[in-house]
Write a protein that binds this ligand. Sequence first.
Ligand code: ATP
Ligand code: ATP
Ligand code: MG
Ligand code: MG
Length: 293
Amino acid sequence: MANSKYEYVRNFEQPDVLLPNTWIVVRIDGRGFHKLTAKYSFEKPNDRRALDLMNAAAAGVMKELPDLVMGYGISDEFSFIFHKDCTLFERRASKLTTTIVSTFTSHYVFMWPTYFPSVLLTPPLPSFDGRAVLYPSVTNLRDYMSWRQVDCHINNLYNTTFWALVQQGGLDAKAAEKELTGTLSSHKNEILFSRFKINYNNEPEMFKKGSVLFRDFEISSSAETTAPNPTSAPVPSDSATSPDIAPPAPLSKTAAEKDRKRRLKARIAIEHIDIIRDEFWDQRPWILSGKAP
Ligand code: ATP
Ligand code: ATP
Ligand code: MG
Ligand code: MG
């Protein structure tokens, strides 16, 4: 860049480099989706087309950013995990967050006609906000993911019951809300079953568990044989993937490039499974190791 008397303004830019050796979670969330779902008449409580579109956009993001090890989506939100060793954009928070948000939004808008072929998208167009949060340990990271999946379950059970009361029970929104105030999960299950013959357990896994995206290498067979025995399964700790004392030596440049290529080539799996228990992580050690097997 040519020097000019204006160049001093660069000094106003503040550094926002994220702490090294920490897991970076970028969570994005649809702006004003309550209104958007009404505008485009999304099926309530879960419009499958909209969830598939969210997942397709997230898969597009994962494909373009091989540094991402995982994604998890519910409703109008998606969490993307950068490995703790990630050095993309020198770990600058705004670069990472805005890249995810804009890549996701482009894919979302681009693929809208595939999932809503007869629904014309008009301004205000869908948009997303985003933030980057750091988690210093695998335990913290897994607790974060568990938090989102528990949220998915709680919200979905509530919404399923609420909309059954409205759509099948003939209640208005206010009355349905009142009916559900202070109820426990067991009450909601009971309302669904006794009044509407809905067994919550039979609801689609996508609605109950959310969507988990990861690179699909083969499931580790050694982990598979140890996972069913909880006493012998390794306790998830940071030492399980790398020692806490010092970060592992980085891969050589060529090895890192080879690894990146393998990650770029891998298919993005979209599953609706439990990520709270150890099994998911034990069977896919490459997610936390960040190395293609
Ligand atoms: P904000 O801009 O603060 O995020 P918001 O209106 O997007 O506001 P959220 O708390 O993010 O509010 O809630 C998202 C809304 O979109 C909820 O009402 C949720 O039920 C709805 N929604 C998201 N995805 C779907 C879907 N696939 N089907 C039906 N409704 C959906
Ligand atoms: P990064 O991802 O780091 O931003 P970049 O390739 O986008 O990398 P920039 O520093 O943003 O690099 O520079 C943008 C490049 O695009 C420059 O080479 C600039 O000349 C070119 N460019 C931008 N707008 C136009 C345009 N309208 N016509 C022709 N070239 C353009
Ligand atoms: Mg929202
Ligand atoms: Mg939301």
